[in-house]
Design a binder for this molecule. Structure first.
Ligand code: TRP
Length: 341
């Protein structure tokens, strides 16, 4: 056995890939959990970042909303500093090879493995319809990654199982169809450090499904109302408070530099500093952090032609890379196509 067979990733060039769900307005939990790291990473490596609208369709079946959220994600990423000259940003639906590869993977996946999917069970427990798309979600995700030859997949800890399924599929495909010359790398898990759990306004983990989010680009009254609604205990204003058990402080910590964090923590402990003060502090920090991005987002939203051009350009790059891997996958599985004759 050669090295490339024991560790196929070694013989493939490094390619970073990640998908972003356009199933709602991106919020601070998404920002600290993944977006910030995506923006930091995207310029350093060959990378493909795509807006996973096929995936979103498993839970969001409203054409107008899906269109709007998809463009919103692109606006958010570009506003937050994603540079389309350095990396590719595009729509999943612009790369039909993804669904083609997913089909090949269906045929080598056992139903019982999918039945063990935690995210499927969670979604069904939340009352989402158990459609076959939701059930097969991890397969489409594996195709998303492998169709570009992804070797590193920066995702939050909740995606561990999906990445494991993807690794299994890459190995299984190579073993079954391409043992002499692996078609796909087995991507390394690249689980992003959770900076901390980002609490939502009700103190539970910030999540669209709990309806407790603060949008990255919320502003004005909307932002103020959400910040003011963050749940705190009822310690009176004059009493000392423990910053470490407070939801407001947990959010302040994410935004403040060390000096600011110490200053606010000391104020909590000394008493005479109320939750109202802390919320004003947080409001200021959020506003300041995203001020420039917000400005840029306003400009971009007036120039959707530019945004669509960026997505078109990214999609073209995505298709080229995907077709390269698909040609090998079709060949390996014995699927004849005659359209290039
Ligand atoms: N399942 C991922 C999430 O919910 C989104 C996703 C779809 C993805 N395809 C991907 C992430 C491919 C990484 C790579 O966040």
């Amino acid at each position: 056995m050669t090295d490339s067979q024991t560790n196929p990733v070694a013989s493939f060039p490094p390619v970073v890939v990640s998908g972003i769900q356009p199933s709602g307005t991106l919020h601070l939990g998404n920002y600290f959990g993944a977006i910030r790291q995506h923006v930091e990473l995207h310029a350093a490596h060959e990378s493909y970042f795509f807006i996973v609208n096929y995936h979103a369709l498993t839970t969001l079946q409203d054409a107008e909303a899906l269109r709007a959220y998809s463009i919103d994600v692109a606006l958010d990423y570009l506003a937050l500093g994603f540079d389309p000259k350095k990396s590719h940003l595009f729509l999943q639906s612009d790369v039909p090879q993804v669904t083609e590869l997913a089909w090949l993977f269906y045929t080598i996946t056992s139903v019982s493995q999918l039945e063990k999917s935690v995210s499927f069970k969670d979604k069904v427990a939340q009352g989402l319809g158990a459609n076959a798309g939701l059930f097969n979600y991890p397969i489409l995700q594996a195709a998303d990654i492998l169709v570009y030859g992804g070797t590193r997949v920066p995702v939050g800890a909740d995606q561990k199982q999906n990445i494991e399924i993807c690794r299994n599929l890459a190995s299984r495909f190579n073993d079954r169809f391409a043992s002499a010359d692996p078609v796909f790398p087995v991507p390394e898990p690249y689980i992003l450090d959770e900076v901390a759990v980002v609490p939502g306004v009700d103190g539970r983990k910030m999540s669209k499904s709990y309806d407790n989010t603060i949008g990255i680009f919320d502003e004005g009254k909307t932002l103020k109302k959400k910040v003011m609604s963050i749940i705190t205990d009822s310690t009176p204003l004059e009493d000392p408070k423990d910053p470490e058990t407070c939801n407001v402080f947990a959010l302040i910590k994410l935004f403040a530099d060390d000096a600011k964090r110490e200053e606010v923590a000391a104020a909590y402990r000394s008493g005479g500093y109320g939750y109202g003060h802390a919320k004003k502090e947080l409001l200021g920090l959020i506003t300041e952090r995203f001020a420039e991005a917000r400005e840029r987002r306003h400009e971009l939203s007036r120039n959707t032609d530019y945004v669509l051009d960026v997505l078109a350009e990214g999609g073209k790059k995505g298709r080229t890379q995907a077709e390269h891997f698909m040609e090998r996958a079709r060949e390996a599985t014995g699927l004849i196509t005659t359209y290039n004759r």
